[in-house]
Design a protein around this ligand. Structure first.
Ligand code: 13P
Length: 258
């Protein structure tokens, strides 16, 4: 049985100003230190303008979590107004970056091809992509969720140059469960996460794929997270709403440490 360290990642989305973000990071650091949580990898992904402030809390407070961005562009620099290069993220202390979130695919027209380029650029800069996938309600009702997500993984992960499983994280987030209060069941999550793992084995081989963390996301909260984590191919959670308070998020992390 592979021994993958569980991961709980918080996606703050477009919430928390710079000062609110610094306060939340400080509160989370205090809560995690007080609870002396260990054995779980924790990542927080604030909005871009908060990154430097949260990095400051991590540095000065030795906060027990890593820093992630919510998006990146694949070019190194240049005339791409409004975009952020991977090297800029590294320079402020990011070691993770969410890519391919369904909100970016849906509202901003990101394609699998874009996501693949972003992953390659991040990996080249030693930033770990948290690469998101997931089906719509329509696809699920048609019973095509496994086929759909497997195709996303094949396109998003094609040709990635990784030599170990800790260079990539996958997040399975069924779109119909995001921010809706409607969670997938642990069995729904395992069905798709298991298929994701098999696809990762085809792409990267058993040794690497067995070490890649596959997270569940979609209305995950302290009360339901353990049900997901108990499933064989679910190694953690990507958390939206419930990551916006130090109390709720640290409770989830403590559950994952159990
Ligand atoms: P919620 O936890 O708010 O449903 O959001 C999930 C998500 O999209 C995390 O990336």
């Amino acid at each position: 049985m592979p021994n993958r360290t569980r991961m709980i990642a918080g996606n703050w989305k477009m919430n928390k100003t710079y000062s609110e973000g610094v306060t939340l990071a400080q509160e989370l650091s205090n809560a995690l230190k007080e609870a002396a949580v260990s054995g779980v990898d924790v990542v927080v992904c604030p909005p871009l303008v908060d990154l430097k402030g949260v990095a400051g809390v991590i540095d000065f407070d030795k906060a027990p979590f890593a820093l992630g961005a919510q998006n990146v562009y694949w070019e190194e620099s240049g005339a791409f107004t409004g975009e952020t290069a991977p090297g800029m993220l590294t320079d402020v202390g990011c070691t993770y970056c969410i890519i391919g979130h369904s909100e970016r695919r849906g509202y901003f027209g990101e394609t699998d091809e874009d996501i693949n380029k972003k992953s390659k650029a991040l990996i080249a800069h030693k930033i770990v992509p948290i690469s998101c996938c997931g089906e719509s309600l329509e696809t699920r009702e048609a019973g095509k969720q496994v086929e759909f997500v497997v195709n996303q993984i094949k396109a998003d992960c094609a040709g990635l140059d990784i030599t170990s499983g800790d260079q990539l994280v996958i997040a399975y987030e069924p779109i119909w469960a995001i921010g809706t209060g409607k969670t997938a069941t642990p069995e729904d999550a395992q069905e798709v996460c298991g298929a994701i793992r098999k696809t990762l084995v085809e792409i990267f081989g058993e040794a690497i794929a067995s070490q890649i963390r596959v997270l569940y996301g979609g209305s995950a909260k302290p009360g339901n997270v353990l049900g997901f984590l108990e499933k064989e191919d679910v190694d953690g959670a990507l958390v939206g709403g419930a990551s916006l308070t130090a109390d709720g998020f640290s409770q989830m992390i403590q559950k994952a440490a159990e």
